[in-house]
Design a protein around this ligand. Structure first.
Ligand code: NAD
Length: 256
């Protein structure tokens, strides 16, 4: 059980981050939710987790595109035994047309934020004598697709940084790993469906099966609960010697 541990999950008012927060809470961890907004609905998500599972759950606003706010998030959390770097955005465009501000935002949110939060969290984990750094990378941290240059650069970067963090903490009770999901049906993926449907003159259902899941041999989306379960596993004693590596949850994508 993760009772007594505090988990900070970046970008967790939606999708995979929220699913991971739920599973960590069900496993007994206190959780800190985060995004860049500060709405009643954000805080209500934390209340719902607390009321359902009995753990302490808080929502802390911080913009993961800003290094100082990444570091502040860890300071405000007050504890951080488990750090899940999950915040991420996507933009799809050919590289010669890729908007510079989108490139910068994706590198900042999807990669640099993990540097800042990890830098702030490691001293806290060392003081506690235990820690888990779990970076939500992607199948696109291991392979590429056209038109996603910034995302793929950022996710490959995260996988590389994960290995370095693992080496720097190898002789401590701290591990660092990256989870590499294939496609998960979250708002991030759903946002890509209408445009793709138009582009290929297909129904949205056809887009899901023939375009999005084209490279996912299982032809099924992974679920946020499965990613939460993988995260909980990486926090378990069984995973204490798993460090500096990636776990794919991609229905066979990277086996192709
Ligand atoms: P999502 O859009 O549902 O969630 C993204 C989260 O990041 C949201 O909570 C959002 O508020 C937050 N976020 C965005 N910008 C932020 C900022 N500046 N500061 C703080 N938070 C910010 O998408 P998702 O699919 O749940 O994606 C979560 C992670 O999983 C991302 O890193 C994504 O790259 C990765 N991933 C997703 C898939 C997939 O198929 N959905 C596959 C592989 C990897």
């Amino acid at each position: 059980s993760l009772t007594g541990k505090t988990a900070v999950i970046t970008g967790s008012n939606s999708g995979i981050g929220l699913g991971i927060a739920w599973e960590l809470a069900r496993a007994g961890a206190d959780v800190v939710l985060n995004s860049f907004t500060d709405n009643d609905e954000d805080h209500a998500l934390a209340r719902e987790i607390a009321d359902t599972t009995g753990v302490t759950a808080r929502y802390i606003q911080a913009d993961m595109s800003k290094g100082d706010q990444c570091r502040d998030l860890i300071a405000k959390a007050g504890a951080c035994d488990i750090l899940v770097n999950n915040a991420g955005i996507q933009h799809v465009a050919p590289i010669d047309e890729f908007p510079v501000e989108k490139w910068d935002a994706i590198i900042a949110i999807n990669m640099n934020s993990a540097f800042h939060t990890t830098a702030a969290a490691l001293p806290v984990m060392r003081a506690a004598g235990w820690g888990r750094v779990i970076n939500i990378a992607s199948a696109h941290g291991l392979t590429a697709s056209p038109y996603k240059a910034a995302y793929i650069a950022a996710k490959h970067g995260v996988v590389g940084m994960t290995k370095t963090v693992a080496l720097e903490t190898a002789q401590e009770q701290i591990t660092a790993n990256a989870i590499c999901p294939g496609y998960v049906l979250t708002p991030l993926v759903e946002a890509q469906i209408p445009d793709t449907a138009k582009k290929y003159d297909m129904s949205e259902d056809e887009v899901k099966k023939k375009v999005i899941l084209e490279r996912q041999p299982s032809k099924e989306f992974a679920t946020v609960e499965q990613l939460g379960g993988t995260t909980v596993f990486l926090c378990s004693d069984a995973a204490a010697q798993i460090t500096g590596t990636t776990i794919s949850v991609d229905g066979g994508w990277t086996a192709l």
